[in-house]
Design a protein around this ligand. Structure first.
Ligand code: GDG
Length: 514
C-alpha cells in the first residue's frame, strides 16, 4: 500500500471514487411515475424558472439567478407536470396562451409554466414587503431588523389567495402539490381548506430561526397554521426542523412526536423532515468540460487581467445575508497579515445585484463598492488590482469558467439555508483540485466538514483560513476535495427530490416501504 501511494504522481487526477448509490433524473422520474400513477405533480413558487424579456424589440428568455430555480428545474424537466409562478418578465404575457401557460424550457419544452399576474402594488407589498423585508430578515437573523407593516401582510394574504386559485384551476383530483419557500406560507392552508384530496408538501429554502426570534412576528400564528396544513414540510437541516417544532409547541395546541418528527394540529399531521438540497453534480462536471467554458476562461483571464499565481472567487446574489462586506474585509486583512501575497493573488467578486428596491440591499451594495475601491487603493499597484468586481448577471458558461479558474472559492454567508454555490464549485472541480472556504453558518457546512470552515464575523480567522487554503500542500488539499466531491456526487439534486417527493407520495405512512 505504502509503495503504491509513493508511486502516485503528486498531481494525480481525480481521487474521487465512483459514488455508491447514484440518483439520476430517470430514477426520480420512475419513482414519481410509479407512486403518482396517473396523478399530476404541480410545483408552486414565487420565482419562475424562465423569464421572457423584450430586448431591442426582440423577445429573449433567461433563467433567473436563484437557488430554488437551479434546484427544481432539472427535476421538472425529468418528471414533467406544471410549475405555477409569478410572471415577472417584460415579455411574459406575450408568449403565453389565454390561460397564462407556456411550455418550457423554451428551447426544449418539457413541462408547463403557468404564470400568475400581480399588480405593481401587490408585488411591492407581498414580495418586496412581507416576503423580503419581514420574513427574510426574520428567518436569517443577521441583525437587519424585520419590518412589520399591516398593509404588506394584507397583500401577502391576497397574493397567496391568487396562487391558490391558480393551483385549483390546474390541479386534477388527488394531485400532489409541491410548494416552495417563504413567499407562500399561507398557501397550504388555503389549498387544504378548498381541496382536502390534494397532497401538499412544502420546502422552506431558508433557515427557520429559534422560537425566541420568530415569536416577535405579529402574524406568527397564521403563518404556523398555514404551514401545519402541509402533509410534509421540509427544511435543509435538522436544526431548522427543531426550531420549527419549538415554535409550534410554544404557540399552538399541538401534539409533537419528536421520534417521528411529526406535528398533529386539529387532527391533521405534518411530517417535518430535513432534506438537504443539492446540485446536478454530474451535469455540472460535464458542462465544465465543454469547449465554450475553456474559451470563457481565456476571455475572463484576458479581460480582467487574471494572470496571477492564484485566483480566489466569491459568487453571490448581492444580499446582506451572504456576508460580502465581511469577506472583503477579510481579504483586506489577508493582505495586511500576509504581504508576501501582494501581486500574487487576485480576488474576484462576481454576482447579480438583487432586490435593489429595498434600502438594506442598496446600502450593502454601496458598502461593497466602497470596500473594493479602498482595498484596491490601499494594496493595489499599477499593474495589479487585488479585487476585481463583476456585478453582472452571468451566463452558466461564465459561472462554470469562474469555478474552473478559482484556486479557492469563498462562501462567507452570515446565515444561509444551504448555499448551492459551494456545491456547484465542488461539482465543477473535476480534476480534484481547488479549495473551499466555507462559512460555518451555511447548511452546506454540515455536509462539508473537509472544507476550510470559517466564522465570517471573525476577520482574522477568515484571513488565516484563506491563507491555509492557498498554501496547504497539494496532496492534502486534494484529499479534502475528494471527500467533498464524494458527498456532492452521491447526495445530488435527484436524491434530494427523490427523498422529499417519496415521503410525500408514500403518505399516509411513509415509514412503511411499499
Ligand atoms: C436560496 C437560499 C439555498 C448566482 N449568480 C448568478 C447565478 N447565480 C446562481 C448560483 C446558484 C444560485 O444562483 C444561488 O444559490 P444559493 O443557494 O447560493 O443562494 P439563494 O439564491 O439565496 O438561494 C439558499 C437555495 O435557496 C436553495 O434551496 O441554498 O440557502 O438562500 O445556483 O450559481 N446564476 C446566473 N447568473 C448569475 O449571475 N445565471
Amino acid at each position: 500500500m505504502h509503495e503504491l501511494h509513493m508511486a502516485a504522481p503528486p498531481h494525480a487526477p481525480p481521487a474521487t471514487p465512483p459514488p455508491v448509490d447514484v440518483w439520476t433524473a430517470n430514477r426520480v422520474r420512475d419513482l414519481v411515475a410509479r407512486r403518482l400513477g396517473n396523478g399530476h405533480l404541480i410545483v408552486v413558487s414565487n420565482r419562475e424558472p424562465y423569464v421572457h424579456e423584450v430586448k431591442n424589440g426582440d423577445i429573449s428568455w433567461n433563467r433567473p439567478a436563484s437557488g430554488l430555480v437551479t434546484a427544481v428545474d432539472p427535476i421538472m424537466r425529468a418528471v414533467g407536470g406544471t410549475w405555477i409562478a409569478h410572471g415577472s418578465g417584460s415579455a411574459d404575457r406575450k408568449v403565453v396562451d389565454p390561460d397564462g401557460r407556456v411550455m418550457v424550457p423554451p428551447d426544449r419544452p418539457r413541462y408547463a409554466l403557468r404564470r400568475v399576474w400581480l399588480t405593481e402594488e401587490e408585488e411591492r407589498g407581498y414580495y418586496y414587503g412581507f416576503a423580503n423585508e419581514t420574513l427574510w430578515p426574520l428567518c436569517h437573523v443577521v441583525y437587519v431588523r424585520p419590518t412589520f407593516r399591516s398593509r404588506d401582510w394584507e397583500l401577502y394574504k391576497a397574493v397567496n389567495a391568487h396562487f391558490c386559485r391558480a393551483v385549483l384551476e390546474e390541479a386534477p383530483p388527488k394531485a400532489t402539490v409541491w410548494v416552495h419557500d417563504y413567499h407562500l406560507a399561507l398557501l397550504p392552508g388555503l389549498l387544504k381548506a378548498a381541496r382536502p384530496d390534494l397532497t401538499v408538501a412544502h420546502f422552506w429554502h431558508i433557515p427557520w430561526p429559534s422560537s425566541e426570534v420568530f415569536r416577535i412576528c405579529p402574524w406568527q400564528r397564521e403563518i404556523l397554521e398555514g404551514l401545519l396544513a402541509n402533509d410534509v414540510l421540509g427544511f435543509h437541516i435538522r436544526y431548522h426542523c427543531d426550531n420549527f417544532l419549538d415554535a409550534v409547541s410554544r404557540e399552538l395546541e399541538v401534539n409533537v412526536d419528536r421520534e417521528r418528527s411529526a406535528v398533529t394540529y386539529r387532527g391533521h399531521t405534518t411530517l417535518v423532515r430535513p432534506f438537504p438540497i443539492s446540485v446536478d453534480a454530474e451535469q455540472i462536471g460535464a458542462d465544465c468540460r465543454e469547449e465554450d467554458v475553456a474559451r470563457e476562461m481565456v476571455r475572463l483571464r484576458e479581460e480582467y487581467g487574471l494572470a496571477r499565481e492564484k485566483i480566489a472567487v466569491g459568487l453571490d446574489r448581492f444580499d446582506y445575508t451572504k456576508g460580502i462586506p465581511e469577506r472583503l474585509l477579510a481579504v483586506e486583512r489577508f493582505f495586511e497579515l500576509y504581504p508576501e501575497w501582494r501581486g500574487r493573488l487576485a480576488f474576484v467578486q462576481a454576482g447579480v445585484p438583487s432586490r435593489s428596491r429595498i434600502p438594506a440591499y442598496r446600502s450593502v451594495w454601496r458598502r461593497i463598492e466602497h470596500l473594493v475601491r479602498r482595498i484596491n487603493q490601499r494594496h493595489g499597484s499599477q499593474d495589479w488590482a487585488p479585487v476585481v468586481l463583476l456585478p453582472e448577471h452571468l451566463s452558466r458558461t461564465a459561472i462554470h469558467a469562474l469555478y474552473r479558474i478559482a484556486d479557492c472559492l469563498t462562501v462567507t454567508s452570515l446565515h444561509d439555508g444551504m448555499n448551492l454555490v459551494a456545491k456547484e464549485y465542488v461539482a465543477a472541480r473535476t480534476e480534484g483540485d481547488g479549495a473551499l472556504v466555507l462559512s460555518q453558518f451555511t447548511g452546506a457546512a454540515r455536509e462539508f466538514p473537509e472544507a476550510f470552515l470559517i466564522n465570517p464575523y471573525n476577520l482574522d480567522g477568515t484571513a488565516e483560513r484563506l491563507a491555509a487554503a492557498l498554501t496547504m500542500p497539494e496532496p492534502q488539499r486534494r484529499q479534502r476535495m475528494a471527500r467533498l466531491r464524494e458527498r456532492v456526487l452521491e447526495w445530488n439534486i435527484y436524491r434530494w427530490a427523490g427523498a422529499a417527493l417519496d415521503t410525500a407520495l408514500r403518505l399516509p405512512d411513509p415509514e412503511v416501504v411499499s
